[in-house]
Design a protein around this ligand. Sequence first.
Ligand SMILES: Cc1ncc(COP(=O)(O)O)c(C=O)c1O
Length: 367
Amino acid sequence: MTTPTIDTTTLNFSAGPAVLPEQVIEQAARDLRDLDNTGIGVLEHSHRGVAIARVFEEARNDCRAVGKIPDEFEILFLQGGASMQFGMVPMNFLPAGRTADYVDTGSWTSKAIKDANQVGSTHIAWSGKKSGYRSIPADADINWSQDAAYGYYCTNNTIYGTRWNRTPATTAPLVADMSSDIFSRPIDWSKHAMVFAGAQKNIGPAGTTLVIIHRDFMDTAYSQLPAMLRYAVHADKESMYNTPPVFAVYCAGLVFKWILSLGGIEAVEAIDDRKAALIYKVIDDSDGFYTCHADTADRSTMNIAFTSPSADLDAAFIDQATEAGMVNLKGHRSVGGIRASIYNAFPEEGCQKLADFMTTFAAANRR
Ligand SMILES: Cc1ncc(COP(=O)(O)O)c(C=O)c1O
């Protein structure tokens, strides 16, 4: 077999699965052959052996260090994607006779609401649906119910490019879907009962979902569920109740080490802010050529959704960018236009290259 050549000039703006740090890919390539001098590759080890026990232990510890996660929270690596949590959260925490509050900021929260409605009663505390999910509500506009079982929100709305710049204020235990911005900025643990994130954007490859859950909240869960649906079972078995997604957790562990090597979340946040600013500046300086989907105050640093003056120009932009080595820039089908996903591992030079391309494209196509 010949060694494949990797086209390192391609810039992948995919919304997920997304780009991984170069160092992670290189280490994983070596460990595919032989993990820790065991003579066995990471894909082939039993999860019951010491090598994978070490991988999981380090992944948990490094995750705790990266997120500055207090000891009262369990760190779980589950399966079924972030979508599995849409059902698992209400199955565990929404008993008959209670209501759960949801803030609807996009199609991922809509899907979570739909699943929760299969289980019990929900209350939409706010919805951005009618206004095209362009914004995040002010506290005064959110109508929390009196005694909710929990409150639910999504910190970053992957499709629309909006994000919360604060933690919403509810008295109920708060659950957050952080799939598309986890570890891009500090998390206020004092305000959350549970946080979850599918791995395939800021954590690693698809295949595992990180769940970080306060033990007191976990203890309130409905206990008559099948084992795989119970957080306490996964916590008790250190995410190895059944055969876990070893490779995904292994890669997540490498990504956590990479974040620590950069200086942790604060360092990553500063880089992310710089990266996003390069692109937003071109949009803001374009004299209306480019328009952001998100309201200015609610812009995401992870996903930038925007349009040019017409659908034809959007298509031309995407084609020409692809020719220039910048791929996966097509907006989500529900919004259209262009979307640049620039997660933690996306290189800063790539943002500069896109910004330069945007400036040139606008100059060439302005009427
Ligand atoms: C914010 C958010 N939540 C949930 C999901 C669903 O994730 P999964 O495909 O892992 O179920 C996505 C996927 O893009 C997402 O962006």
